[in-house]
Design a binder for this molecule. Structure first.
Ligand code: UDP
Ligand code: MG
Length: 340
């Protein structure tokens, strides 16, 4: 069990001299990554002299790697290259695993998360807050995307004690103890927004104006977002399963009543038993409900299948600058992560 026992005064005192990690997941950002890292480095150095920038190349197929490698020395960047595209959530995890700071800021490489805000996040952290997350003040996404995200949060908030803040994205500062807990979570299905909330600790939102993407294009289309939502729901909520139970019970109760009524009509009122149409409609309806139910249960079974395989979360192809004892291809099994 991870326990943290400093009292508040000691916590605040311990946060005056610190190393700030910045974790940046990168997937095909050749056009802006160089510029972004220089901006980030400057902003971070303005906050503390001890900066640890971790850039995770999530299997980019463009020239992102070359762009980053040019800066490894001059900006003192830790470059972690995954062996293929593992997705943003795992790229962030890889970054947190490599981060050495007393706290880490996670931010996108496309300038949508303003680096100017890091200073304010750090100030809040110094007062004893363990997680400071950016909240979009103005949502400049399409109306459909907004509606879908609202529905998603309402759905997922219906169940658990874990409250996932709306509009609180990946842009956030996390304290070392949050990083340690995240590292110790063994699950493969990593819906980061949910995991941040699950971890708990003192957290606070802080508003920011999301900028437009400063070049390149978004990697999250509607389909990818829908998949992420499904992952989030099946990883964090049992509402669909319970809803199924409710649907089943309701249908059983209603059809029972209808059956009684039909028998009553036939016996006492001389009405003929209604025929083919009712039968066909009810069979089709019930088959539909059953297939849907199997589908939903299947989603959850699929999650169990993913987890049961115990594959490593990601594979590191190379990591620079190389530390002693570090192999070129390092597979990081969750079990080992947990022990660290
Ligand atoms: N990203 C990543 N792996 C992926 C997709 C995206 O590491 O498979 C990174 C991407 O390079 C960027 C961040 O995640 O730094 C956010 O991506 P994007 O801007 O495309 O998402 P959006 O802002 O549109 O939600
Ligand atoms: Mg973006």
């Amino acid at each position: 069990m991870l326990t943290h026992e400093l009292n508040e005064g000691a916590v605040i005192a311990s946060r005056q001299r610190f190393t700030l990690s910045c974790v940046v997941p990168v997937f095909n950002e050749e056009r802006l990554i160089g510029r972004f890292l220089r901006t980030l480095h400057e902003a971070a150095r303005g906050i503390t002299p001890s900066v640890n920038i971790v850039v995770v190349n999530d299997g980019s197929s463009d020239a992102s790697a070359q762009e980053i490698l040019q800066l490894v020395e001059s900006l003192d960047v830790h470059y972690v290259e995954l062996s293929r595209n593992f997705g943003k959530e795992l790229a962030i995890q890889a970054g947190l695993d490599a981060a050495t700071g007393d706290c880490a800021v996670i931010l996108d490489a496309d300038f949508q998360h303003p680096v100017e805000l890091i200073a304010e996040m750090v100030e809040r952290w110094k007062t004893g807050i363990d997680m400071v997350y950016g909240v979009k003040a103005r949502n400049n996404e399409s109306r459909l995307k907004r509606a879908a995200s609202r529905a998603f949060y309402r759905f997922i908030a219906g169940d658990e004690r874990v409250q996932i803040p709306r509009d609180g994205g990946d842009f956030r500062l996390v304290d070392r103890k949050v990083i340690d807990v995240l590292k110790a979570l063994p699950e493969r299905t990593r819906f980061m927004k949910g995991l941040y909330a699950w971890v708990g600790f003192k957290s606070e939102g802080i508003e920011f104006e999301p900028a437009q993407r400063d070049g390149g294009e978004s990697k999250f289309g509607a389909l990818k977002l829908a998949k992420l939502a499904l992952t989030g729901i099946t990883a964090f909520s049992k509402v669909p399963l319970r809803a199924l139970l409710l649907v089943g019970l309701t249908i059983a109760a209603l059809s029972g009543l209808a059956g009684c009524w039909i028998v009553f009509e036939a016996l006492f009122m001389g009405q003929p038993i209604p025929g083919f149409t009712t039968l066909a409609a009810s069979i089709l309806f019930l088959s539909g409900v059953q297939l849907m139910a199997i589908g939903i249960v299947g989603e959850y079974v699929g999650r169990v299948f993913e987890e049961a395989k115990h594959r490593p979360l990601y594979v590191v192809a190379r990591s620079l600058p190389r530390k002693e004892k570090e192999a070129t291809a390092a597979v990081v099994p969750a079990a080992r992560v947990a022990q660290r």
